[in-house]
Design a protein around this ligand. Structure first.
Ligand SMILES: [Zn+2]
Length: 96
């Protein structure tokens, strides 16, 4: 999916998500149903992964309004227990 921009005489620029390569030169405005003409600009293409999009949005928000924390992230968190070898043959091997 890509987001294309159309200009409606009543509503101004309107974003319309359409499959790539299927954007007509004009279509009915999704707000008022009048004819909207496509503005020729590069389509905004989604990266596909919602996690990536959320991370990018969070990074962009932090430019103007960084999140305020009261403690160091991760401090006080309990570490997971270290896995121990259960096989007696591998107990003497060096550990990282
Ligand atoms: Zn409209």
């Amino acid at each position: 999916m890509a987001t294309y921009v159309y200009r409606c005489d009543t509503d101004g620029p309107v974003d319309v998500p359409l499959p790539m390569g299927t954007a007509p030169s004009s279509l009915p405005c999704p707000r008022c149903a009048r004819e909207a003409v496509r503005l020729f600009c590069p389509p905004r293409v989604s990266t596909g992964s919602r996690r990536i999009v959320e991370a990018i949005d969070r990074a962009e928000r932090s430019r103007d309004a960084p999140e305020v924390v009261t403690r160091v992230p991760g401090a006080g968190a309990r570490r997971p227990p270290v896995a121990t070898a259960t096989n007696p043959l591998t107990r003497r091997l060096p550990r990282p």
